[in-house]
Design a protein around this ligand. Structure first.
Ligand SMILES: [Zn+2]
Length: 172
């Protein structure tokens, strides 16, 4: 199917409502239209109509909430196609950010730490390594110190919280 044919097909599925072209099909968890094709996975039907109408896709740009306010609207003239950073700022002003984006924005603003739980103190890291030297059992160390087993494993193997010396990187 060519792009033009795909565009005609998508428009054919839509319902005209005044100037809006409303997508009756699937939407994702954010309420954004999703076009599931049997042949080649999912596409954003807004992108299909945007490109089928001769408009260009630009790097780092996303479709923000359409100017008509209707999330299911595919009408290219109603799309607000903007830089992702602008779209996030805009959505933040409207209080529309998803929890994931709110989370990453809070990390950037220094309000919360990346990752889960408090940082393991340096003394505990040393004690874990000492215990591992005795037992050679990372799972046991994880249980005893209440640290996630994969993180404990990386600590005792000196992959996380690494001890480095001036000799690191030298060949033996
Ligand atoms: Zn519209």
């Amino acid at each position: 199917m060519t792009l033009a044919e795909l565009g005609v097909y998508v428009v054919g599925r839509c319902r005209r409502d005044d100037a809006c072209l409303l997508w009756p099909g699937a939407v994702n968890t954010g309420g954004r239209p999703v076009f599931r094709m049997a042949c080649c996975g999912t596409r954003d039907p807004r992108v299909v109509l945007w490109t089928a109408s001769g408009r260009k896709l630009k790097h780092g740009h996303v479709f923000s909430k359409p100017s008509c306010g209707e999330m299911r609207c595919l009408e290219p003239a109603h799309q607000r196609y903007m830089l992702r950073t602008e779209a996030i700022q805009h959505a933040a002003r409207l209080g529309l950010l998803s929890s994931g984006l709110r989370h990453s924005a809070a990390i950037r603003a220094g309000q919360i730490r990346r990752g889960k739980g408090p940082k393991v103190p340096e003394q505990t890291v040393q004690a874990m390594r000492a215990r591992y030297a005795e037992t050679a059992n990372a799972a046991l160390v994880a249980r005893e110190f209440g640290v996630h087993h994969s993180y404990a494993h990386r600590i005792v193997k000196n992959q996380a919280r690494r001890i480095t010396t001036p000799f690191d990187g030298l060949r033996p």
